[in-house]
Design a binder for this molecule. Structure first.
Ligand code: COS
Length: 380
């Protein structure tokens, strides 16, 4: 399908496709097996400018949008959904600074993040505040010209490797979500600790960690926006970042589909390649259709987010919901087409199925996406 991308967007997509094929694909299985973070590839991505796409030009970025970030994430995820996340999760960590940062905050933090010299991470989730993000407990208490942060954030993507963290904490417990504030926290701040590194089913090349604040001292000038705006900053961030999860899911689905199609053309049973069987043809036809539907919605949602259209939170949630459900279905069917071989780690396709699952869960479970969409329908 023609998605009417501009020449620049096609050039960016093709560049990332080449990097994914030449640099990521050959090492995807190794990083998955070892569960280690791909620092060597972060260097490659940084040299290609991939961390800078959504950063405004005046702060060292390419000044592009969510659509270009989606193209980057989709191409990298075709080769490895876990490795792709180093770029997408850093963008997630940067969004609060791009959305709500002052000129001074942006000047201080964005150039190094755009250059990939440092990685960012976004800290919202807590042990007892997952889908119900508003029930977070991490406290931010003002003392002079600093805040003291205390609490624990969990499942933080890039947690063990980032140096700049955007953190949402409770500054006024009496005011519910209106009593939360957002902060930029550096790894070097006193009282900041990286806790347990998670051992995951999929996206094993990405770092997922606990982040602990023990009287962590954060200068007042590192607060993002006004006191009380933290939850709103988080929600606006998720509106921008959810198409990135959709792009990751789409890339994973496309990667698994490409493998299944090739396999179906070469695997001979009953005297013919299995693609000659209608049972396999119909599966492939459904997979291809679902992938194009997910891509069409994602690109249009990303364009809506970039244009700051009314209702963009709703289409952003829709793109994540559809693409991640498609990724789970397509990767499961890809394993089915490979049969017994698909279940074995010697073949690459089972990894896509493991990597797909998280896209239905993080940056809001698909049940939360439905809630966001339904509330938008209810309230017009
Ligand atoms: N943009 C701006 N403001 C928003 C917003 C958005 N997209 N969505 C909500 N808000 C505002 C609301 O307008 C409301 O403001 P007021 O108090 O001024 O009226 C405030 O935020 C609270 O919103 P709401 O009442 O909808 O909050 P709830 O506690 O009911 O929860 C959900 C909202 C469930 C949508 C939220 O908790 C959520 O997104 N949960 C999932 C979290 C998630 O995705 N976690 C993944 C980890 S981060 S990688």
């Amino acid at each position: 399908m023609d998605y009417f991308l501009t020449e620049d967007q096609i050039a960016l997509r093709d560049l990332v496709r080449q990097i994914a094929d030449e640099k990521v694909r050959p090492v995807a299985a190794k990083y998955d097996r070892e569960g280690t973070f791909p620092w060597d590839l972060v260097k490659v991505f940084a040299e290609a400018g991939l961390f800078s796409s959504v950063v405004p030009e005046e702060y060292g970025g390419m000044g592009l949008g969510v659509l270009e970030l989606a193209l980057i994430t989709e191409e990298l995820s075709k080769a490895c959904g876990g490795i792709a996340l180093s770029v997408a999760a850093s963008a997630l960590g940067m969004f609060p600074i791009i959305i709500s940062g002052t000129d001074e905050q942006r000047k201080k933090y964005l150039p190094d993040l755009a250059a990939g010299k440092k990685l960012a991470a976004f800290c919202l989730t807590e042990p007892s505040a997952g889908s119900d993000a508003g029930s977070m407990k991490t406290r931010a208490v003002k003392k002079g010209d600093e805040y003291l942060l205390n609490g624990t954030k969990v499942f933080i993507t890039n947690g063990g490797v980032a140096e700049v963290f955007t953190v949402i904490a409770v500054s006024d417990p009496e005011r519910g979500t209106r009593g939360t504030s957002a902060f930029i926290v550096e790894k070097s701040f006193p009282g900041f600790k990286v806790g347990k590194e998670e051992d995951k089913m999929g996206i094993r090349a990405s770092s997922t960690s606990e982040i602990i604040f023990e009287d962590c001292r954060v200068p007042e000038k590192n607060r993002l926006g006004r006191e009380g705006e933290g939850f709103m900053v988080a929600m606006k961030t998720l509106d921008k970042s959810r198409p990135g999860v959709a792009a990751q899911a789409l890339g994973i689905a496309q990667g698994a589909f490409d493998l299944a199609l090739d396999y179906a053309k070469t695997r001979v049973q009953f005297g013919h390649p299995i693609i000659s069987l209608q049972a396999i043809q119909f599966m492939l036809a459904d997979m291809a259709t679902q992938i194009e539907a997910a891509r069409a919605l994602l690109y249009q949602a990303a364009r809506n987010v970039d244009a700051d259209c009314k209702g963009m939170g709703q289409v952003s949630a829709m793109s994540k919901l559809l693409a991640s459900d498609v990724a789970m279905k397509v990767t499961t069917d890809a394993v089915q087409i490979f049969g017994g071989y698909g279940y074995m780690r010697d073949y690459p396709v089972e990894k896509y199925m493991r990597d797909a699952k998280i896209t239905q869960i993080y940056e809001g479970t698909n049940q939360i996406q439905r809630l966001v969409i339904a509330r938008s329908l209810l309230h017009g």
